[in-house]
Design a protein around this ligand. Structure first.
Ligand code: ACO
Length: 434
């Protein structure tokens, strides 16, 4: 069988280069351009990496046209229905579903790494009370680098594994403390008898004066939301973690960089933006069509938040699961609760947008953030914590991708090139002559 290649010819010099075509297990074939620069003397130009595979990876696969998402080959729908978040964490990091014995081992390891060094709480106390919890997260997660000096040899797989355990285990404590601090509430310590999502709810909401009863439906919903957000291949924050880690920075610093990248409204901040938008719509006396019209107007900066995705040009499979989850939760809440109204607006908005040619032609569908905020609000999680929830779930994806990169003997420091458009060389002009 002939090896698949593409030949690229430079029409100026007449020189050609034959480039190998790499075949993925599933998905789009990829041209290996590594020898292009050496043989033809060109860089490639692809702002936003729309057509560039920045790495090879065996962790997550998604097909945006078909609305498919798989972790290690397992469809997200099956994992959301039948698995648990910690089982998915194991799957993402180690590559296979655990046996019952291994799962028990893993749950035990994660449970016994949930406490933070007592000094960590002084970092929180250094922030203003009204600091955004994501600001606190970036600082505190980066600061963990200062606590594990003896375990930061990134070339040792065992030390990398310990860092991965620590990050997954401690993130609920770190995230909840960023909330507790902003509310002036005492920090809670993790409880080993609770499951991962139960412990997070307890860390967030228990007060010293009362018994905290965990709502099993909320714990289950949280577990599913964590599964849905656990990884999403080479998105902005994951690519940031890989790029930061490629310089051999330690994993805590690399994950802190990922958290910073996630913060933006075009990425993890979108769920916060969705609720702000729904509330604005609720407050206004304008019909939904007015907002859809604004979203289509190029001279207006307003966009339908929670709609559209760089990769999904079909219904985001995660959004389908989350919409169903929101239905279940809101059905159980007393009638007339304010979140029900927001959910109704979201559903109506979706209907109008999905039957509009502008959205249809551009393949703009609800993404994972469109309905997740309504669920978080129903759990009592405030808007300012939404992106933190995303960071909590995505930590395992980041650290698994980082570990994959570090285990790859061919991995090198990430160093993109550029198309320089600045001034060509010119001579310095003394101040008095300018
Ligand atoms: N509302 C209205 N129009 C939109 C929207 C939207 N939400 N999203 C995209 N469009 C339009 C664009 O104006 C553009 O129109 P044009 O072709 O006439 O110029 C076209 O659809 C393509 O949009 P791009 O911005 O080029 O698509 P890109 O892949 O760069 O952006 C993004 C994807 C950032 C997610 C965008 O759809 C968006 O801003 N959505 C709202 C924010 C959001 O929900 N972000 C969450 C992403 S999911 C996540 O991070 C978990």
């Amino acid at each position: 069988m002939t090896k698949p290649t593409v030949t690229l010819t430079d029409n100026l010099s007449g020189k050609s280069v034959e480039l190998d075509v790499l075949s993925p297990t599933v998905g789009v074939k990829t041209i290996d351009i590594r020898k292009l620069q050496k043989e033809l003397g060109y860089f490639t130009y692809d702002p936003g990496y729309l057509a560039t595979a920045s790495c090879s990876s065996s962790i997550t696969y998604l097909d945006g046209d078909e609305g498919v998402l798989m972790y290690r080959g397992y469809p997200i729908e099956q994992l959301a229905e039948r698995s648990s978040f910690l089982e998915v964490c194991y799957l993402l990091y180690y590559g296979e579903l655990p046996s019952a014995e291994r799962l028990q081992w893993y749950e035990n390891v994660i449970t016994h790494h949930t406490m933070l060094h007592e000094q960590v709480q002084y970092f929180y106390r250094g922030f203003r009370r009204d600091a955004h919890p994501m600001a606190t997260m970036v600082g505190v997660v980066g600061a963990l680098s200062a606590f594990y000096h003896d375990d930061l040899d990134i070339h040792d797989p065992a030390q990398r594994e310990r860092s991965a355990h620590r990050l997954v285990a401690k993130m609920p404590t770190i995230a909840s403390w960023s909330y507790r601090y902003s509310m002036g509430l005492p920090f809670n310590y993790p409880r080993n008898r609770l499951t991962y999502p139960e412990d997070f709810l307890h860390l967030m909401f228990a007060v010293p004066t009362e018994e905290y009863e965990i709502d099993p439906l909320m714990a289950k919903a949280l577990d599913v939301i964590l599964i849905l957000h656990a990884d999403h291949e080479q998105n902005a924050s994951t690519s940031t973690v890989r790029l930061a880690g490629s310089s051999e920075a330690n994993p805590f610093a690399a994950v802190a960089a990922g958290i910073a990248s996630l913060w933006g409204p075009a990425h993890g901040g979108a769920n916060e933006a969705v609720i702000n938008m729904l509330r604005e719509i609720e407050r206004s006396d304008q019909p939904l069509e007015h907002w859809v019209k604004r979203a289509k107007d190029k001279d207006d900066r307003f966009r339908l938040m929670g709609f559209g995705h760089r990769v999904y040009k079909n219904y985001d499979p995660r959004a389908k699961i989350i919409r169903e989850l929101a239905n279940q939760i809101l059905d159980r809440l007393p009638p007339g609760n304010p979140n029900q109204k927001l959910f109704d607006i979201a559903r109506d908005l979706e209907q109008i947008a999905l039957s509009d040619d502008y959205f249809k032609e551009r393949g703009l569908y609800p993404n994972v953030d469109f309905y997740s905020g309504v669920i978080f609000l129903s759990m009592g999680i405030p808007v300012s914590m939404f992106t933190v929830m995303f960071a909590l779930a995505r930590t395992v994806g980041w650290i698994s991708q980082w570990n994959e990169m570090m285990s790859d003997e061919h991995s090198r420091i990430g160093r993109p090139r550029q198309l320089y458009t600045g001034a060509a060389q010119r001579n310095y002009v003394p101040l008095g002559q300018r």
